[in-house]
Design a protein around this ligand. Structure first.
Ligand code: HEM
Length: 183
C-alpha cells in the first residue's frame, strides 16, 4: 500500500492547491476568470475531500499504527493531514451553503483566511510526508522560522487552545447575533 499512498496524496494536494488559488482569484479579481473560479469551486472542493479521504485511509496502511505513534514526524504528518481535512471541510460547507455570497462582504475574508491557513497546513502535511521518505525540502526551514522543529512533536500550550476555543465560541455567538439582526 506504500505506493498507493505516494500516488494518491497528489489528489488532495493538487485539488487543495487549485481550490486555494480559485478562492483568491474569485475573492480579489473580477471578470470571466473570477466568475469561472467561483462557479467551479464547489466541485473542486468535493473532489479534494474525496482525495483526502483515500489519502488518509491509505496513509494508515503504510506503517503499523505503533510505528506512526512512536514517531514525532509521523504524528505531525497525521496532525497536519487531519487539520487540512478539517479546514477544507469547513470551506466546502461555507461555499455549499452560501454559494456565490461566500465571496462578498465579510464572508469573503473568512473564506480567504481559511484558505490561506489551509494552504499552510496542507503544505506542511506534504513536507512532513517528504521527510518521512527521506526527501526534506526548504519549506521545513520556513516551518523552523515559525518556531516549529519538525523532528519534535508539535505542541500547543493549553492556554493557546483555551484562547482558540473562546475565540471560536465568541465568533459563533457573533454570527448568530448578526443573523438575528438581519432577519
Ligand atoms: C491528506 C492527507 C495526506 C497527505 C496529503 C499526505 C502526503 C504525503 C506525502 C506527500 C508523502 C511523501 C510521499 C512521496 O514522496 O512519494 C507521504 C508519506 C507518508 N505518509 Fe502521508 N499524507 C497524508 C495522510 C497520511 C496519514 C493519515 C498517514 C497515517 C499514518 C500518513 C502516513 C504516511 C507515511 C507513513 C509516509 C511515508 C511512506 C514511506 O515510508 O514510504 N499519511 N504522505
Amino acid at each position: 500500500m506504500t505506493g498507493m499512498h505516494h500516488m494518491l496524496v497528489h489528489f488532495p494536494l493538487g485539488f487543495w492547491a487549485l481550490a486555494t488559488l480559485m478562492i483568491l482569484v474569485g475573492a480579489f479579481l473580477s471578470g470571466r476568470m473570477a466568475e469561472l473560479s467561483r462557479a467551479a469551486l464547489l466541485p473542486v472542493l468535493v473532489l479534494s475531500l474525496l482525495g483526502a479521504l483515500v489519502a488518509i485511509i491509505t496513509g494508515f496502511t503504510v506503517w503499523p499504527i505503533a510505528a506512526n505513534l512512536a514517531s514525532p514526524l509521523a504524528r505531525n504528518h497525521i496532525l497536519m493531514a487531519l487539520w487540512s481535512l478539517g479546514i477544507f471541510t469547513v470551506i466546502t460547507v461555507l461555499v455549499w451553503r452560501a454559494g456565490d455570497a461566500a465571496f462578498y462582504g465579510a464572508r469573503r475574508w473568512a473564506l480567504v483566511i481559511l484558505a490561506l491557513v489551509g494552504g499552510l497546513f496542507f503544505a506542511a502535511a506534504g513536507t512532513l510526508g517528504g521527510h518521512l521518505v527521506g526527501a526534506p525540502t526548504m519549506f521545513s526551514d520556513v516551518l523552523g522560522l515559525m518556531g516549529w522543529a519538525v523532528y519534535t512533536t508539535f505542541y500547543s500550550p493549553l492556554w493557546v487552545i483555551a484562547i482558540m476555543v473562546i475565540i471560536g465560541i465568541a465568533l459563533g455567538a457573533f454570527g448568530i447575533i448578526s443573523q438575528r439582526k438581519t432577519a
